[in-house]
Design a protein around this ligand. Sequence first.
Ligand code: CO8
Length: 256
Amino acid sequence: MSLALTTRDGVAVLTIDRQDALNALNFGLIAELSRLLDTVPGMGVRALLITGAGDKAFCAGADIKELMDRGLMAQRRGAEAGQRAFARIADLEIPSVALINGYAFGGGLEMALACSFRLAVPTAKMGLPEIKLGLIPGYGGTQRLPRLVGEGRALEMIMTGRTVDAAEAERIGLVNRVLAGDAPMAEALAFLGEMTCYGLPALALAKQAVSRALDLPVHEGLKVEADLSTLAYRTEDAAEGLAAFVEKRKPSFRDR
Ligand code: CO8
C-alpha cells in the first residue's frame, strides 16, 4: 500500500507509504493521489493533513528511476499530472497542512508547498535539488516557492539545490513552525484545531481571498475582498458570531 486516507479528530490524514524509496512519488502514486484527493471534499472533514510513513521521509520527490529515458511529450504529461494533483490540494476549501516528518525534496517539497501550511519536525530537511539532476522543478516549485519565501531565496534554493534545515525553513517562512518533535501528529492536529473550531464558510472565504491576493493587482484584490467579506457577512455563522460577542457567550457555528 503506498497511500492511505483515514480520518482523525475530524481531519483527513493522507499518508504516503513507500518507505523503501523514501516515499518518492511514482506516476501510479500521483494518479492514486489525485483520485483520493477528489474524495476529500465528500468526507465531511474540516482539514487535510499530509505526511509520510516512517520517521525518515515526508517524500523524497519524484521517482528518479522512473524519470529515465522518457519521451518529451510523456515527460510533459507527467509534469502536468503532478501539477494537477497538487492543484487539487491548493484548491480545497478546507485548510491543509504538510506535516514534514523528514526529507522533503523536489516533488515532495512541491506537494508541501501546495498545502496551506507546513509544519516540520526539528530534523526535517528540505530542498529543490532538481538542478543536481540537470532538471528544474516541474510540480509547481518555481511558482509557489517564490510566492512563499520571495524571489531571491527561491532562486537560491532552486539554482543551488541546497538543503535547508527546519530552523532555517522557519526563519525564511518556508514552514510555519518547527514542532517540538516528540508527538508531531498530535501537535499538527492541535495546530489545525486552532482554526477548525470556526465555521467552514468563513474559513473557505478567507482561504479564497488570500489565494486571490497572490494573483491580482491590489486594487482588484481589494474588490474581491469586499465581495467575499460581504458574502461572509451574509452567513448564519456571522450572525451567530456577532450575537455571541454581544451576549458575552461562546459562539456555536453551524457551517451555514
Ligand atoms: N526516487 C527514487 N528513489 C529514491 C528517491 C527518489 N526521489 N530518493 C530516495 N530513493 C531511494 C534510494 O534510491 C534508495 O533506494 P535503494 O536502497 O534501492 O538504493 C532508498 O530510497 C534510500 O535512499 P538513500 O539510500 O539515498 O537514503 P539516504 O538517507 O542516504 O539519503 C536522500 C536520503 C538525501 C533523500 C537521498 O535519497 C536523495 O538525495 N534522494 C533524491 C532526492 C531528490 O533528488 N529528489 C528530487 C527528485 S526530482 C523531482 O522531484 C522533480 C519533480 C518534477 C519533475 C517532473 C516529472 C515529470
